[in-house]
Design a protein around this ligand. Structure first.
Ligand SMILES: [Mg+2]
Ligand SMILES: [Zn+2]
Length: 212
């Protein structure tokens, strides 16, 4: 946004240029990870938290971000809630289970966001990916520098929000990924990764040793 009179960046009434630079410098890049098919196995409207299974080696990827001091934020469409297939309580129990399974492997997620809507049932919303509502909320709540953050998932809609910020997106194909999503991701300039830990290595500029 610019000031109409002189094109200078808009600023709050009490922000000096130095304060603006400081608050920008304090913003952090994060890894935005899709949940189903990316961090946990996609079981199509998972309900019972006992059925939560981590994608093989996903914990290694989360840990790589942890070591690099890049906060990890899970961002998930959960239209099963709108469809009445699971409740908010079921979702919260799943979330706790994911945190526990990762913690057993010394890996930590900083926060989780979810969209409980479905446009056909609850009407349009701003949070359902590829909408950016959940990302906008996280950016404010976690002081995120979105442009230098990473958007990672198994569907094109997980990556498209990156375009709003000029950020990098990585498609990690799962059994649920369509060829159209792969082609679409490449056409949009996103990167392909063979696994979540490959995506983490590419994002962080680290060598990737494929897990056996
Ligand atoms: Mg997914
Ligand atoms: Zn929503």
């Amino acid at each position: 946004m610019t000031d109409e009179t002189n094109g200078a960046p808009m600023r709050g009434p009490f922000d000096t240029p130095a304060q603006m630079r400081t608050s920008r410098a304090l913003r952090r890049r994060v890894a935005f990870l899709d949940r189903d098919g990316t961090v946990i196995v996609d079981k199509n409207y998972l309900k019972d938290p006992a059925d939560v299974t981590l994608v093989p080696h996903a914990a290694n990827a989360v840990r790589a971000f942890n070591y690099a001091l890049v906060p990890v934020i899970i961002v998930s469409n959960q239209s099963g809630i709108a469809r009445g297939l699971l409740t908010e309580d079921d979702y919260r129990a799943q979330r706790a289970r994911i945190d526990d399974l990762l913690e057993e492997r010394s890996a930590y997620v900083d926060d989780h966001y979810h969209c409980p809507h479905h446009p056909d049932i609850t009407g349009p919303c701003e949070c359902r990916k590829p909408g950016i509502g959940m990302f906008e909320q996280a950016i404010v709540e976690h002081q995120i520098d979105a442009a230098s953050s990473f958007f990672i998932g198994d569907k094109l809609r997980d990556l498209l929000p990156a375009k709003a910020y000029g950020a990098r997106g990585f498609l990690v194909p799962s059994p649920e990924t369509s060829p159209e999503d792969v082609q679409g991701a490449l056409a949009e300039g996103f990167e392909l990764a063979s696994s979540l830990s490959d995506a983490a290595a590419k994002a962080l500029g680290l060598p990737h040793e494929p897990e056996s």
